[in-house]
Design a protein around this ligand. Structure first.
Ligand code: NAP
Length: 277
């Protein structure tokens, strides 16, 4: 790529039109005065590899990857970071100047940074974390919590075997509880994280009984459409500290933007507003 080529980045997925990432990265590019563009690309499964192979030759320095390709792109990468390997999925590709493709996963980083920003008094040693769900996002959250030093993580998922698999992969600090017991374990938690799609616009509502939530517990929902889910609303009423899912989305983009465009962007109120436009 010639030096004066304008760097390009993208989010690949299908569907991808709803993604907030183009607004977010375009806002950062504009506010830092960086020449560059970030676009959504809707790719069919059959075209995925061809599209990724051609992108570097067109000036792309990297891309984000979203549903349903986060696992599939791992096979196309020449190098995979340890955290992406551990999670078993990548949300970021970096097209290196030497032609190699590097795969990374910044979801766990985004989750922890959002938690630190939204609940500055929370520390990993504060106590047990309850994680609802055991899908792809849960893997990133559990990896990040274990890495941060949370002493005990209780996982509960509708399909128990998926939670058991996570326990096998992430080790001793994890215990699995039955989904029907989810409401009963909340009162002992210092942190509660919803990683299921329950409560998301167009999906089923969260039906876990929430009356066990205790004042002072930190409660975070990965769902960000709507921003205030039933979980967050009831947690707020119970006196919990609540953090919505947009924070994770914004923070996971920070290392990507820095890697592609060379500037580490800030996540502040203006960034949130730009992503919500
Ligand atoms: P996924 O791999 O498909 O996992 C979905 C999870 O939701 C599974 O644990 C699944 O349980 C559970 N679930 C779905 N329907 C359910 C129901 N009716 N009752 C009980 N549990 C149900 O999806 P994902 O990639 O992990 O994403 C999960 C959510 O996180 C989505 O809403 C996504 O938008 C959000 N997310 C947000 C961010 C962010 O930056 N804020 C990042 C990533 C993901 P089973 O295993 O039993 O099916």
């Amino acid at each position: 790529m010639s030096e004066d080529r304008i760097p390009l980045a993208a989010v690949l997925g299908s569907p991808v039109a709803h993604s907030r990432s183009p607004k977010l990265h375009s806002y950062w590019l504009n506010s830092y005065g960086i020449r560059g563009h970030y676009i959504p690309i809707d790719v069919t499964p059959g075209d995925l590899e061809r599209v990724i192979r051609i992108m570097p030759t067109m000036g792309f320095v990297g891309c984000n990857v979203t549903i349903p390709y986060k696992e599939k792109v791992m096979a196309l990468a020449d190098q995979i970071t340890d955290r992406a390997t551990l999670i078993g999925a990548a949300n970021t590709l970096i097209f290196r100047r030497d032609g190699l493709i590097m795969a990374d996963n910044t979801d766990g980083y985004g989750f922890i940074e959002s938690l630190r920003q939204g609940a500055p008094d929370w520390t990993p040693g504060a106590g047990m974390a309850v994680v609802l769900g055991a899908g792809g996002a849960a893997r990133a959250v559990v990896a990040a919590l274990a890495d941060a030093g949370v002493p005990q993580i209780t996982l509960t998922n509708r399909t128990r075997v998926r939670a058991e698999k996570l326990k096998d992969d992430f080790g001793q600090r994890i215990q699995v509880a039955d989904w029907v017991q989810a409401g009963n374990i909340l009162e002992d938690a210092a942190l509660v994280v919803n990683t299921t799609s329950l409560g998301m616009t167009g999906k089923a509502e969260m039906r876990v009984p929430l009356d066990g939530l205790q004042k002072g517990t930190v409660v975070t929902d990965l769902v960000y459409q709507p921003l205030q889910t039933r979980l967050l609303r009831e947690a707020e009423e119970a006196g919990c500290t609540t953090i919505d899912g947009l924070g994770m989305l914004l923070h996971q983009a920070v290392p990507c933007f820095e890697r592609w465009f060379g500037t580490r962007p800030a996540v502040d109120a203006a960034t949130r507003a730009a992503a919500l436009q």
